[in-house]
Design a protein. Structure first.
Ligand code: 13P
Length: 307
C-alpha cells in the first residue's frame, strides 16, 4: 500500500484538508494541502470549507484550528505532540499571576504557542509573523504582559520600543542554539546569511542578518541576492526552503551537540499516523464549549488585526 496515495484517496472521501506546519517531516509536507507558519495555518483553518481538518503540527496548533472551527472535526495524528513552550505557562499559573497583579490592569498578549485555556485568559493572540503589527493596535496607556515566550517578547520590545512584562517561558529547541555554535558555523560558511527565528536567545539573534517567522524566511531567502543561508530554527524548515528555492543552498543551524535541531514533538507525526487518523477519524481534538468560546475572542481579534 502506498501511504501517500491512500491519504489522498481518504482525504477526498472524507472531505478533509491537510494542514502542516513548516517543521513537519518531509513526507507530510509533500501530501499537505497547505504548509506554512502558525499565522498562515490559522487563516487556512479559518477559511476552509472541508469538514475534517487533519492538522499536522503540535497540540496547540490543532487546538487553535478547533477554536476557530468548533463544528468541524480536527484530527491530530499524534495527540502526544505537545510543546515545551506552551507547557511553560499553565493557565492556573497565569490566572494566579494576574490576580496577584490586579493593580497593573494588564493587557495580556499571548503568543499562539499556548494552550486554549491560556488563550481564554488573554486579550489578544499573536504569532511571530504578526507580533509587531498586533502590538501597534494596543492602547498606549495599557501595560502589557507578554506570555509565554521570553525571547520572542524581548525581540518584540527591541523592534517596537514598547516595554512589556515578560513571562519566563522558552522553546526548548530554540534554546539549543548558542552564540558559540552559530559563530563557528559562520566561520565555516563565511558567505552565508544567518536567518534566525525570534524564539532564539538574544546572543544568537545578535548574530543574525534576519530575524523572522518561518514563513518570512521563505520570502527573505527568495528575495535576497545571497545564495547560501544558515537557517537557525527547527530543521523541518529546510525541506520547504529547498523545495521552493532549489537554486540556493540552505544549511541547518547547528547546536553545541548536533548538526541541526529537531523538535521531537513536531516529529511525532508520521505519514502512517496521518493515514490512520484519516482512516479512523481519530485522534480528535475536543474542547469544552465554554473554553472554546472564551478562547475564540482573542484569536479572532488577532485574525482581524493582522488582516
Ligand atoms: P512560526 O509561526 O514562525 O512558524 O513559529 C512557530 C513555532 O512554533 C516556532 O517554534
Amino acid at each position: 500500500m502506498n501511504l501517500a496515495t491512500e491519504i489522498q484517496r481518504l482525504k477526498k472521501e472524507r472531505n478533509a484538508i491537510i494542514l502542516a506546519h513548516n517543521y513537519q517531516v518531509a513526507e507530510i509536507q509533500e501530501v499537505a494541502d497547505y504548509v506554512g507558519d502558525s499565522l498562515g495555518l490559522s487563516y487556512q483553518a479559518a477559511q476552509t470549507e472541508a469538514q475534517i481538518i487533519a492538522f499536522c503540527g503540535v497540540h496547540f496548533m490543532g487546538e487553535t484550528a478547533k477554536i476557530i472551527n468548533p463544528n468541524k472535526t480536527v484530527l491530530l495524528p499524534d495527540l502526544h505532540a505537545g510543546c515545551s513552550l506552551a507547557d511553560s505557562c499553565s493557565a492556573a499559573d497565569l490566572q494566579k499571576y494576574l490576580q496577584e497583579h490586579r493593580d497593573k490592569n494588564y493587557y495580556v498578549v499571548s503568543y499562539i504557542n499556548c494552550s486554549a485555556a491560556v488563550k481564554a485568559l488573554s486579550d489578544v493572540i499573536c504569532t511571530s509573523g504578526n507580533a509587531l503589527n498586533i502590538l501597534s493596535h494596543i492602547p498606549e496607556d495599557r501595560r502589557i504582559l507578554f506570555v509565554p515566550d521570553q525571547n520572542l517578547g524581548a525581540w518584540v520590545m527591541e523592534q517596537t520600543g514598547r516595554p512589556m512584562d515578560l513571562w519566563r517561558g522558552n522553546c526548548h529547541l530554540h534554546l539549543e542554539f548558542t552564540r558559540n555554535a552559530i559563530e563557528k558555523a559562520r566561520q565555516d560558511y563565511p558567505q552565508a546569511k544567518v536567518v534566525a527565528h525570534p524564539e532564539c536567545p538574544y546572543a544568537v539573534r545578535l548574530l543574525a542578518d534576519e530575524v523572522c517567522s518561518t514563513e518570512k524566511m521563505i520570502a527573505y531567502c527568495k528575495n535576497s541576492p545571497a545564495t547560501t543561508f544558515l537557517i537557525v530554527t527547527e530543521e523541518g524548515m529546510l525541506h520547504r526552503l529547498r523545495r521552493e528555492i532549489p537554486n540556493k543552498i540552505f544549511i541547518p543551524g547547528p547546536t553545541d551537540h548536533c548538526a541541526c535541531a529537531q523538535c521531537r514533538f513536531m516529529k511525532m507525526n508520521t505519514l502512517e499516523k496521518l493515514y490512520l487518523a484519516l482512516r479512523d477519524r481519530r485522534p480528535e481534538i475536543t474542547l469544552p464549549q465554554e473554553l472554546q468560546v472564551a478562547a475564540e475572542g482573542p484569536l479572532r481579534k488577532m485574525l482581524e488585526w493582522s488582516r
